[in-house]
Design a protein around this ligand. Structure first.
Ligand code: Z16
Length: 829
């Protein structure tokens, strides 16, 4: 923060770049509007104003960012720090402007500055298009971790891909999802800095040559079929309170222009441009699936591209500071966010052995010391594997390295389990049961010193199921780090009313020490505090009601219970179980119009993978049920249903603060952790949920009496499956379930079209893979308990306050500290 002395010395120029009084900010803003954006106020569009403000804020980050790099250099030169590199194919930072104002501590000053000039700060913040460089939880987790790393003062790089088009924008037309290209860069990105001088070359394809070097050692040369260039784009990630400013470094692919290339293409200008187009395709678009598609060559190239750029960059920085590649693991630790970057294990081996002349054994030790692997899913179809053929075509040298790692590893396995060839086949990096595949999770387990799941239950299931054989082999590698979310974005920024109420009674220490929320417990029974708490929630619901009206045309009652499920669409998450509850309430009200029910507003949001037909049909079902329920005069004022299109970080910030009830209803054993569950509860929603993922720990923390639990437990799911699960039995014996299913099947919600939802109903009747029918009645009964509880507003508010008070554990600061202690072995500064 600038002090007043400096201001009074008249260093105007300095103040324009750094000053943080409202006057300084206003002046700097006009300056940026003129010199950076080429406008004066009367000519400025809303985007001009946003850009000018963004540059103004970026200027104020610069000092911290540069200081950070200086500090790195000094600490690095003294060899006193280890830098954390978070390798992730996805990041979902959300809009930067508001967050940077919050973390810089100049939110109020900036609001005043904008007011002075006649502008509305919230409107300018709303102008930002968010970088949607991820699918969902995994990408958002990476960004929460970046925020926490900076806040708790851990020097770190986030390494990833600068997709030109991120996750598609979702529109709903006639109830169906329509995907629209995400043009997030169209109006410019004021937060990134291109660093073309720091580009890296990445080889692809071709073949290898084995030869003897001068000393008679056998070496390998990779003769690639082509080379592309990676250009880094840096975005500052400032910690809360301006502690430190780390860097998110994203790579963009470009064509290399080599002289050879020109020679080969004399007179063939078109082919040269075509080559450029091909190269740039690599970082063109994010794959919008939360599960891998087998055999998508471009996806493998994307993964290798950013990993290779990142590792080479790490070696480059080390070299610049005088470190030899042999001490790579003393200077760096790198976390693999799922298997997407797991090719890093083979790439670091290649860089060390082939390019830096390190012996295999030493290189292997460095590699294992460097990497940790986080698994995010138990779904077998979500475990990445690459056909050996394709892998070898793109990465011929890496295939050899994978074979060599595997040869040595299987020797070790055979020593540990003599004669057990089945065990060896199960552990092998190569799946040879049919077509041959490289198993990326196996590569990660072997090449990393630590493997972790993202919630207690998930980590246990990893050890007992998906990675059982690896756990048997390397029990000491396995850890749990339960996910967390940043209270800066998900409370202070998105819920200013609640944040102010909380800080008013316990101070604002909770923003960086979330456990301090415990101090709210004594207020849980205080009627005056409860009243304020309810008023905050009511105002937040008002805001969301306005958003829903504007986006969907559905008018909802802010006094009704806001029952919300926002997350990617997936059968295992069971949005359609929620729909069965809505239909059940609807049928009850139709049969007994006089019955007294708690008015509810059901809100859904989430994107379906474009190729996932069943998920898209569930969206259509939600909208079809909404169409009937919202327009039936018998139901008016009692039930409303809205599907909020294009759920993303920005809309999330408007949704979580307004929820009364959070739907976390996946079939037990399917959701690795969930992080939306945490965002809701931190904002005062109560949870209805199964014992799955982090729900288990949330319930432990907030207390069983403040959590609506229902449904099969993991062992009951397994037992039922083993016994032979028959959904029809539930249908036959449960009239309410039968009625709900029959209403869908009859075409009641689809204008009489009985075919529309047949694929969904048939699948439920025949297989019901996620056991909706088994959990149906317990869910309905639990929802009835929710309604009864909501009638007692005092007790509901008490539970809401206790939920918030006890969420301290779910700060990503805690999660990142655990990574530091258990996995990275680094000390926050
Ligand atoms: C993803 O977001 C997750 C898992 C996965 O395999 C792929 C993607 Cl894109 C999610 C999990 O489903 C969720 O339970 C978890 O909270 C989140 O990753 C972060 O760990």
């Amino acid at each position: 923060m600038e002090n007043q002395d400096e201001v009074s010395t008249g260093e105007k120029c300095r103040n324009i770049r750094t000053g943080s009084s409202p006057d300084d900010i206003a002046q700097a803003f006009l300056d940026n509007l003129y010199y950076a954006q080429g406008r004066i106020p009367v000519l400025a569009t809303r985007n001009d104003l946003y850009m000018a403000l963004a540059y103004t804020v970026r200027d104020r980050l610069a000092a911290r960012w540069v200081a950070q790099m200086q500090q790195f250099r000094r600490a690095e030169l003294k060899k006193s720090i280890k830098v954390v590199c978070y390798l992730s194919a996805e990041f979902l930072p959300g809009p930067h402007l508001g967050n940077n104002l919050l973390n810089l501590g100049i939110y109020d000053e900036t609001r005043q500055a904008m007011e002075q000039l006649g502008y509305n700060l919230e409107e300018l913040i709303d102008q930002e298009t968010e970088p949607g460089l991820g699918n969902g939880g995994l990408g958002r987790l990476a960004s929460c971790f970046m925020d926490s790393l900076s806040t708790i003062v851990v020097p770190a790089f986030g390494y990833g891909i600068r997709y030109e088009f991120g996750i598609f924008d979702q529109e709903i037309r006639d109830g169906w999802q329509v995907e629209i290209t995400d043009k997030w860069l169209k109006l410019g990105n004021p937060w990134e800095m291109p660093l073309p001088e720091l580009c890296q070359e990445v080889k692809l394809g071709g073949h290898t040559e084995h030869y003897q070097d001068g000393q008679g050692r056998s070496r390998v040369r990779w003769i690639p079929a082509g080379v592309v260039e990676g250009i880094p784009y840096d975005t500052p990630i400032l910690g809360y309170g301006g502690n430190i400013c780390n860097t998110l470094r994203l790579w963009k692919a470009e064509a290399v222009e080599s002289f050879d290339f020109q020679d080969f293409n004399v007179g063939n200008y078109y082919a040269a441009v075509e080559e450029k187009v091909k190269s740039e395709t690599i970082t063109k678009v994010l794959y919008p699936n939360d599960e891998p598609e087998i055999g998508k060559m471009l996806r493998l190239i994307q993964e290798y591209f950013f990993v290779s750029c990142s590792l080479q960059d790490m070696i480059r920085i080390g070299k610049m500071l005088g470190n030899s590649p042999e001490c790579f693991d003393q200077r760096y630790v790198a976390q693999l966010n799922d298997t997407h970057p797991s090719i890093a294990v083979a790439e670091l081996m290649r860089l060390l052995v082939d390019e830096h002349d390190v012996a295999w054994e030493k290189a292997w030790e460095i590699t294992q010391n460097t990497f940790g692997y986080t698994n995010h899913t138990l779904l077998p179809e979500a475990l990445e594997k690459w056909p050996v053929e394709l892998f070898g075509q793109i990465l011929p040298r890496h295939l050899e390295i994978v074979y060599e790692i595997n040869r040595r590893f299987l020797d070790q396995v055979r020593l540990a389990f003599p004669g057990d060839e089945e065990q060896a086949a199960r552990l092998s990096l190569i799946d040879e049961s049919g077509c041959r595949y490289v198993r990326m999770a196996h590569l990660a387990c072997v090449g990393c010193h630590a493997v972790n799941g993202v919630a207690k239950l998930h980590s246990e299931l990893l050890k007992s199921e998906v990675l059982r054989d690896f756990h048997e082999m390397f029990p000491e590698k396995f850890h749990n780090v339960t996910n967390g979310v940043t209270p800066r974005r998900w409370m202070a920024l998105s819920n200013p009313r609640l944040a102010a109420l909380i800080s008013g009674v316990i101070g604002d220490g909770w923003i960086t020490q979330l456990d301090e929320l415990r101090k709210l417990e004594p207020f849980a029974d205080d009627p005056a505090f409860q009243e304020k708490w309810r008023r905050v929630k009511r105002e937040n619901k008002n805001d969301l009601a306005t958003l829903i009206l504007n986006r969907t045309g559905v008018a909802v009652d802010p006094d009704s219970l806001f029952d919300i499920q926002v997350k990617r669409l997936h059968e295992y998450k069971r949005q359609h179980l929620n729909v069965l509850h809505i239909i059940t309430l609807y049928a009850r009200l139709k049969r007994y119009p006089a019955s007294d029910c708690v008015p509810r507003t059901f809100v859904f949001g989430g994107k379906a993978a474009p190729g996932y037909a069943m998920a898209k049909l569930i969206i259509k079902l939600i909208n079809s049920v909404a169409g009937v329920v919202n327009t039936d005069p018998d139901i008016r004022g009692r039930l409303n249903v809205a599907f909020l299109p294009d759920f993303n970080v920005k809309t999330g910030q408007q949704v979580y603060p307004a929820a009364d009830l959070s739907e976390q209803i996946s079939l037990a054993g399917e959701e690795a952790s969930g992080t939306g569950n945490m965002k809701f509860s931190m904002n005062g929603a109560l949870t209805i949920g199964t014992l799955d993922g982090a729900n288990v720990e949330i319930r432990e923390e907030v207390g069983a009496e403040n959590f609506f639990l229902f449904g099969l437990k993991v062992d009951e799911v397994e037992e039922l499956k083993a016994r032979g699960y028959d959904p029809r039995k539930y249908y036959d014996s449960n009239p309410a379930l039968r009625e709900a299913i029959d209403l869908i099947r009859s075409g009641h919600f689809s204008g009489g079209n009985a075919q529309l939802f047949a694929p969904l109903v048939d699948l439920l009747m025949q297989r019901d893979n996620y056991m909706l029918f088994a959990d149906y009645q317990p869910y309905i009964d639990c929802q009835d308990r929710v309604s009864a509880a909501f009638r007692d507003q005092q007790n509901w508010t008490r539970m809401s306050i206790l939920n918030v008070a006890r969420m301290g554990k779910f700060s990503s600061d805690r999660a990142v500290r655990e990574y530091c202690d258990m996995i990275w072995k680094v000390q926050p500064v």
